[in-house]
Design a protein around this ligand. Structure first.
Ligand SMILES: [Cu+2]
Length: 123
């Protein structure tokens, strides 16, 4: 049995062109959207001796960039030691990409009352 689109006599040419466009766009567009999605990055500000936001939920593969906006040095140090910044001076940045799911709490080692937590969940 031949393919209906290849059978010349059953449909006028314009029908096949329209069907071809509809199916073509339907298949190609999702691929373009997936390919164009940039690796996602989330910013956390360090200001007034606090992480903002203090608690955040992200998908695996997301990169977080912390920036210290205070005039005081801070760190971003996970409790399980899976990531740890050096002392961040004003406007210094620290980044970490979270590959696996989990709950990652962290503190500033200079000011241990500064706490934050990153929840990594498939979304
Ligand atoms: Cu600090």
């Amino acid at each position: 049995m031949s393919h209906p689109f290849l059978r010349g006599t059953t449909r006028p040419l314009w029908t096949r062109v329209v069907l071809g466009l509809v199916f073509g766009v339907g298949f190609v567009m999702p691929a373009i959207l997936v390919a164009a999605a940039p690796p996602s990055t989330v910013d956390i500000n360090i200001a007034k001796f606090a992480y903002g936001p203090k608690e955040i939920t992200i998908a695996p593969g997301t990169k977080i960039v912390w920036t210290n906006h205070d005039q005081t040095p801070h760190t971003v140090t996970s409790n399980d030691k899976s990531f740890a910044s050096k002392g961040l001076d004003t406007d210094d940045k620290f980044e970490h990409t979270f590959a696996t799911e989990g709950d990652f709490s962290y503190i500033c080692t200079v000011h241990p009352f500064m706490t934050g937590v990153v929840h990594v969940r498939k979304q």
